[in-house]
Design a protein around this ligand. Structure first.
Ligand code: NAP
Length: 279
């Protein structure tokens, strides 16, 4: 009854592996670079590249359930589901995104591949559950270097809202759905943090956690584009996403509590455990 956790160097997968390992589950860590995956307790690491179907068969041998990151290709997701069915896999839990619920998701650069992979699995031979998180709390780590160096973060939409979700809550929700599929049998779960917060409010909470206030400096879209290392097309899509939520609170869900039995962790708790990164 082995569970394959793909993308095992990822933030969510690493925590998920720790949780399932602590429960004594039989695990396999899939990664594009298994040598660097370094799972705990002698868990075997195997090569599993989500856009390379040639790696699927051996990764899936003897596996009953899979935690799957969404690769970039719907065709590869179809191949993955076929290989999983052939291996006897009974359940796939996909790390998707709540962006698939937004209007025009299919053509959106941030949401499109999630929507396409969902569609491929929905029609596939293995039952699948879609976890649809909103923005991760850990996205704030993009601000760590400027805040540590200058006490300042430059933001194009400081009053844009997100509902920052602690990655550990997402991992705990994934563990619940993977290990009790008969209990958590909805086709999809939308997960958020407990509170809609503007970026300005998140910066304030980081300032409180590190014991030194953070200045928020507005920057134009063009100015931010010039400063970021994110590829231009993604940067544009992100800017549009933030503009759509500028000054508009985002709805929260109670899904983390329903799946894990504990309320979702507030952003302040995330900031407290990551304060050193901003100092
Ligand atoms: N950030 C958000 O706000 C947000 C919101 C909704 C959905 N999502 C989705 O969540 C997923 C990202 O989740 P995450 O934060 O757990 O992933 P992550 O830490 O960003 O890593 C993503 C994947 O990159 C690979 N990787 C390549 N080089 C790596 C390295 N040096 N260190 C760590 N991993 C490396 C890993 O797969 P291998 O081990 O196979 O190489 C890993 O699973 C994406 O599909 C994204 O679309 C994100």
């Amino acid at each position: 009854m082995t569970i394959l956790v793909t993308g095992s160097r990822g933030r969510v997968a690493r925590t998920l592996i720790d949780l399932l390992h602590a429960q004594g589950r039989s695990l396999r860590a899939g990664s594009s670079d298994p040598g660097a995956s370094d799972p705990p307790g002698g868990i075997p690491a195997v090569r599993c590249v989500l856009d390379d179907p040639g790696t699927f068969r051996s990764a899936l041998e003897g596996v009953c359930s899979v935690f799957l990151y969404a690769g970039r290709s719907a065709d590869a997701a179809t191949s993955f589901a076929e290989a999983a069915a052939a291996a006897g896999v009974r359940h796939i839990v996909l790390l998707s995104s709540s962006a698939v619920l937004e209007p025009g998701a299919a053509d959106d650069l941030l949401a499109g591949h999630h929507a396409a992979v969902e569609a491929a699995l929905r029609g596939g031979p293995v039952p699948a559950t879609f976890l649809r998180p909103g923005d991760f709390a850990g996205n704030a780590l993009q601000w760590a270097r400027p805040i540590a160096a200058t006490d300042t973060v430059r933001l194009p939409y400081p009053d844009a809202h997100t509902v920052p979700l602690h990655e550990d809550d997402l991992a705990a929700a994934a563990a619940a759905v993977l290990t009790a599929p008969e209990r958590y049998s909805a086709p999809a779960y939308t997960l958020t943090g407990p509170q809609s917060l503007t970026f300005r409010e998140q910066a304030e909470l980081i300032g409180a956690a590190r014991g030194r206030p953070v200045r928020v400096e507005p920057v134009s879209r063009a100015g931010w584009m010039a400063e970021t290392s994110i590829p231009a097309s993604y940067a544009e899509a992100l800017l549009d996403h933030w503009r759509n939520h500028d000054g508009t609170p985002v709805a929260t869900t109670a899904t983390v509590a329903a799946l894990t039995g504990r309320p979702a962790r507030p952003f302040a708790a995330w900031a407290a455990t990551h304060a050193a990164a901003f100092s």
